[in-house]
Design a protein around this ligand. Structure first.
Ligand code: CUO
Length: 392
C-alpha cells in the first residue's frame, strides 16, 4: 500500500528515494516514463471516429477516473523501482510564491524537467504571474476559493465540472507559453510536475468523496453520465498494461473505489479542517447571497486563458474573473453537459450592480501562445442569483 504525503512533509530520505526511483523509471526498458507520458497526450495512441487522438479524458465525467488510474500507474512503476513512499501531492490551494523545491532543484533531479525523446525536445515552464498572485486579489488563495465551490457540490457531475476547470489553470499558468510543457494537452505529462499536480487533484476527488460519505450521499457511484462512466478507459484496459488491478478495474465507475488500487493519503484534511469542519464551512457559505456567471464550455482545440470583465451601462468595466481551458489538436471532442459556475458576488457588490441593473460581460480568450481568439468561441455566460439559505 502506498502512502501519499504532502510534498512539504517529505523527509530527505523520502525525497532521495523518489528521485532515485523516478530516474530508474526514466531509464527502464518497457513501461518507462516515455511510454507512460505518451498515454496521456502526444503522439495520440487512441482513436475517435477514425482519427488518432490523445487518450486522456478531459471535459467529461470520466476525467477524475482516467487521471486517478494514470497517477497510480506511475506510482506503482516507481514502487517497482524501489520508491519507499507514494507520489507526494502538491496542494496548490495553499498560497505559494514559487514552485515546490522538488521540481525546481536542478542538481541531478529527474523531477526538474522531462524530455520528449522522439522529438528531441525538453519540457520547460514559463509560469504566469497569476499563478503566484491571486488574480482577484482576494484574502484567501484563488485556488482555495475555487475548490471550495467544487466541494460544495452534491452531485458528482456538478463537482466534476468545477474541479476540472479549476485544475486547468494550474496547467496553463505553470506552462505559460512553453511549447513543451504543462499548458499543452500534448506534452503536459512529459513534465514530471504533472504527477505531483495530479496527485493533488486526485486527493481533492478523495476529499469530495469523503464529504459525500459524511453527508450520507453517493460517494462511490454517480447518477449522471452513467453510460460514459461504464466505458473502459483506454489505454488502461489494454493487454500491454502490466498492472493487472488497473487493467481489470479500468472503467470510470470502477475508479471511484480507490482503495482497491492500494494507495491512500496521509489524511484528508483540507487547510487543517477535518471533513466535518470543512462541511460546516461549506454550509456557512451557502447562507450568503451569491451571484454566479455560468459558462457552457466545450473544446476549442487549444489551451487558452479566459478572462472576463463586468461592464456597466456607461461601459465602465471591471475585471471579474478568469479560468483556463486545456486542449490541443489531438484532443478528443468534448462538451460539458452542464454549467461551470463562477462566483462574481464581490465584483457585483463593488460595482453596486443589482439583478435588474444594466450590465454586460466582456470575454477575452487568449490562447497559450499569446494569440487573441474570437470571444464568441465561448457562449456568453448566463447570470444567476442564488439567495443564501435562511435558518429556521
Ligand atoms: Cu489530463 Cu491535468 O488533465 O491533464
Amino acid at each position: 500500500r502506498s502512502i501519499r504525503k504532502n510534498i512539504n512533509d517529505l523527509t530527505s530520505a523520502e525525497i532521495q528515494s523518489l528521485k532515485d526511483s523516478l530516474q530508474k523509471v526514466i531509464d527502464a526498458p518497457g513501461m518507462n516514463y516515455q511510454r507512460l507520458a505518451s498515454w496521456h497526450g502526444w503522439p495520440g495512441l487512441c482513436e475517435h471516429n477514425g482519427r488518432k487522438v490523445a487518450c486522456c479524458h478531459h471535459g467529461m465525467a470520466s476525467f477524475p477516473g482516467w487521471h486517478r488510474l494514470y497517477v497510480r500507474m506511475l506510482e506503482l512503476v516507481m514502487t517497482w523501482q524501489g520508491a519507499q513512499i507514494g507520489l507526494p501531492y502538491w496542494d496548490w490551494t495553499e498560497s505559494f510564491t514559487e514552485l515546490p523545491a522538488l521540481v525546481t532543484d536542478d542538481d541531478h533531479n529527474p523531477f526538474h524537467s522531462g524530455v520528449v525523446e522522439a522529438l528531441h525536445e525538453t519540457t520547460s515552464r514559463a509560469p504566469r504571474p497569476q499563478l503566484f498572485k491571486d488574480p482577484e486579489l482576494g484574502e484567501e488563495s484563488f485556488f482555495y476559493r475555487q475548490i471550495l465551490l467544487a466541494f460544495e457540490q452534491r452531485d458528482f457531475c456538478d463537482f466534476e465540472v468545477q474541479f476540472e476547470v479549476t485544475h486547468n489553470a494550474i496547467h496553463s499558468w505553470i506552462g505559460g507559453s512553453s511549447p513543451y510543457g504543462m499548458s499543452t494537452l500534448e506534452y503536459s505529462a512529459y513534465d514530471p510536475i504533472f504527477f505531483l499536480h495530479h496527485a493533488n487533484v486526485d486527493r481533492q476527488f478523495a476529499i469530495w468523496q469523503a464529504l459525500q460519505k459524511y453527508r450520507g450521499l453517493d460517494y462511490n457511484s454517480a447518477n449522471c453520465n452513467i453510460q460514459e462512466l461504464l466505458m473502459p478507459l483506454e489505454p488502461f484496459n489494454w493487454d500491454v498494461n502490466p498492472i493487472i488491478v488497473v487493467r481489470d478495474y479500468a472503467r470510470g465507475i470502477d475508479a471511484f473505489n480507490y482503495e482497491q488500487y492500494s494507495y491512500q493519503y496521509d489524511d484528508l484534511n483540507f487547510h487543517g479542517m477535518t471533513i466535518a469542519e470543512l462541511e460546516e464551512l461549506l454550509e456557512e457559505r451557502r447562507h450568503e447571497d451569491r451571484v454566479f456567471l455560468n459558462f457552457m464550455l466545450h473544446g476549442i482545440e487549444t489551451s487558452a486563458d479566459v478572462t472576463f470583465d463586468l461592464c456597466d451601462s456607461h461601459d465602465r468595466c471591471n475585471f471579474a474573473g478568469t479560468f483556463a481551458i486545456l486542449g490541443g489538436p489531438l484532443e478528443m471532442p468534448w462538451r460539458f453537459d452542464r454549467l461551470f459556475k463562477y462566483d462574481v458576488t464581490k465584483v457585483f457588490q463593488q460595482m453596486h450592480l443589482r439583478p435588474d441593473s444594466d450590465y454586460h460581460v466582456q470575454i477575452h480568450i487568449r490562447s497559450v501562445n499569446g494569440t487573441e481568439l474570437d470571444p464568441h468561441l465561448i457562449e456568453a455566460p448566463s447570470v444567476s442569483f442564488v439567495p443564501g439559505i435562511k435558518d429556521g
